[in-house]
Design a protein around this ligand. Structure first.
Ligand code: G6P
Length: 590
């Protein structure tokens, strides 16, 4: 969601900035812009839509030679995706780019208007530019400090001052790093944007201000210059390339066997490497989107097999609810990016209530990874496609291991259960499932021109259905809903029409007969059923059968089929698979 890149150095900034913006495209955006500075002149170029539009606009005009610039991809929040609203914004002598949301923007706008400022956009960002400009006498750091004292909300800012040759940056509740090069330095929303130039960077913490020249970076906190540890990323340059696949989504699905093996390794070697959930009287799982659905699978497994009650909530609700923390509670936060604004707020709420927090997270330098009390890192590597795939599988995998360990600690595991041996087989079995693309293409051909699709299942199969449905609507834009199979007849079944596809997930033996009745109910109303199961079905034309495995891991073999069906369907519909409309990879605003 919104991306920032800034450059100061000896190269042509246009090249660096455009390349950086392209690497940030996956975060989601609807307009883009760039500002270049030389001496006391600043030139701003913006355009709506894809970065190629901006590139073309730059090519079509004579632009200044410079060695300093900032650029931005905007995902509209305050105001439509128009050129006026696109960043950078200039007010007086200040030009800046912004990620985040200024909560008191309207109040500040009114105040500044009365002081004579004219605004040209509907954005909250222009208000920050005006405020910094108001305090810009001759000390940029002081101007930033003074202005931000009046601001509430979240921000990562890259700032140019007309009368300074340097680059400035500051952040609160929105990520920003400072990349370190030789005779050049960078700012970026994430390391992917600058990995082609450097693997060294500084993590800017809350309210720290960076003063950057091509030779030096100074970090200022509470008016003092502070020291910072230089971080090195082991992200490979080509990790963000597609490796010959047509889309990142496909590449990332195909990586599932390898990343699962890597993530599971330390825990299969020794389960003691996982935290002991039996230390707690209450478990809360909090997350957003697919991460929340991974949590739903974890909740089902913990309750079903480890006799452990779990409360689950989407972070945007949890953060504002009256949560009663009257027992020894652990809050588990699941997040690929570790930067989802609502999940961060939920974590902070738990911490303010002195409740332990455990993060299941992919990005090790993220806010959630840094602020949570303990962490389990999934080893997904960079995930570029907006729709999560491999990270979701790993989140489910970790929840499954936690459930198994809890059952073991409580003495609930039956002697004949060989759960860890089954876990070792998983990478090979996922690969087997992934290799059957022709089957998924065939299913996709049958559904790609439909307008509504249902997914049904019971218990864990319902949790899996939810992710299947989300994936399909995210990438193919087909309306779809996941329903508890038994609940469908209480209203929703009225929507079932002749030929409407209904995916039924059936893997839980204990409840299979009940789901079979629900399948019959929709079939008799004309639905075209597609059964995804761990055993083959007689007299069922459309079915996908995955290997049967311990129930702890069964969703890990079912979900890749749903991911690939969503992918193939989106492809047939000509959708922008890696960057679906209106979506953002990392939702850094609430
Ligand atoms: C966005 C993404 C989803 C993701 C959710 C939570 O909506 O498009 O794919 O599941 O955010 O993201 P997180 O980084 O916290 O897992």
């Amino acid at each position: 969601m919104c991306g920032i890149i800034g450059y100061i150095g000896e190269k042509n900034p246009v090249e660096v900035l455009i390349n950086g913006l392209k690497c940030l495209e996956y975060r989601g955006y609807d307009s883009a812009g760039i500002a270049l500075k030389e001496k006391d002149e600043i030139e701003v170029i913006k355009s709506v839509g894809k970065i190629v539009n901006l590139e073309e606009k730059i090519k079509s005009q004579e632009i200044m030679e410079s060695h300093l610039g900032i650029a931005h991809t905007r995902w509209a929040t305050h105001g439509k995706p128009t050129e006026e609203n696109a960043h950078p914004h200039t007010v007086g002598k200040v030009t800046l780019v912004h990620n985040g949301i200024i909560e008191n923007a309207e109040e500040l706008r009114e105040k500044l208007k009365k002081e004579g400022v004219t605004f040209y956009s509907e954005t909250d960002t222009e208000v920050v530019a005006a405020l910094i400009n108001k305090y810009d006498k001759d000390n940029p750091i002081e101007a930033i400090e003074k202005a931000l004292k009046e601001v509430t909300g979240s921000y990562a800012l890259g700032i140019l001052f007309q009368e300074s040759e340097d680059l400035y940056a500051v952040r609160k509740d929105s990520p920003l790093i400072i990349g370190l090069g030789k005779n050049e330095n960078f700012i970026a929303s994430d390391i992917a944007a600058i990995i082609d130039y450097t693997n060294k960077y500084l993590l800017l913490e809350e309210r720290e201000i960076a003063h950057i020249t091509k030779e030096k970076v100074e970090i200022i906190k509470d008016k003092k210059v502070i020291g910072k540890e230089v971080q090195t990323t082991n992200l490979e340059r080509d990790a963000k390339d597609k490796n010959g696949y047509e889309h990142y989504m496909l590449k990332e699905i195909m990586e599932e066997p390898v990343v699962l093996e890597k993530t599971f390794k330390p825990y299969l070697e020794n389960l003691d490497n996982l935290p002991d959930l039996t230390d707690y009287e209450e478990i809360h799982v909090v997350a957003c989107g697919s991460a929340m659905y991974a949590g739903m699978i974890g909740k089902t497994l913990l309750e079903e097999y480890a006799n452990t009650k779990v409360e689950i909530d989407v972070a945007s609700e949890y953060r504002y609810k009256n949560i009663i923390y009257d027992r020894k509670t652990l809050v588990i936060l699941i997040s690929q990016s570790g930067e989802t604004a609502d999940t961060i707020a939920a974590m902070r709420k738990a911490k303010e209530n002195n409740v332990d927090t455990l993060a299941i997270v992919n990005v090790k330098t993220s806010t959630i990874a840094r602020e949570s009390d303990s962490q389990i890192f999934i080893e997904a590597g960079p995930e570029i496609a907006v729709a999560t795939t491999k990270a979701y599988i790993l989140q489910v995998g970790i929840m499954a291991l936690l459930a198994y360990k809890t059952a073991l600690t409580k003495g609930l595991v039956k002697e004949n259960e060989k759960v860890l041996q089954e876990a070792e087989k998983l990478p090979r079995l996922i690969k087997e499932v992934l290799d059957r693309r022709e089957e998924y293409k065939k299913i996709a051909k049958g559904i790609y021109n439909k307008e509504d699709i249902f997914f049904i299942g019971r218990k864990i199969d319902y949790a899996t259905s939810q992710e299947g449905s989300l994936k399909l609507k995210e990438v193919s834009y087909i309306h779809s809903e996941a329903y508890q199979a038994g609940e469908l007849k209480h209203g929703t079944i009225s929507l079932i029409e002749d030929g409407m596809p209904v995916f039924a997930i059936v893997t839980d033996d204990t409840i299979k007969d009940k789901t079979v009745s629900n399948i019959e109910e929709v079939k008799s109303r004309g639905a075209k059923t597609i059964i995804i199961s761990n055993e083959s079905w007689e007299n069922q034309k459309l079915q996908i059968v995955v290997p049967k495995i311990s129930p702890y891991f069964q969703p890990i073999l079912i979900v890749p089929t749903l991911q690939l069906i969503a992918y193939e369907t989106a492809k047939l519909r000509g959708c922008d698979i890696d960057k679906p409309k209106n979506l953002a990879k990392s939702v850094t605003v609430e």
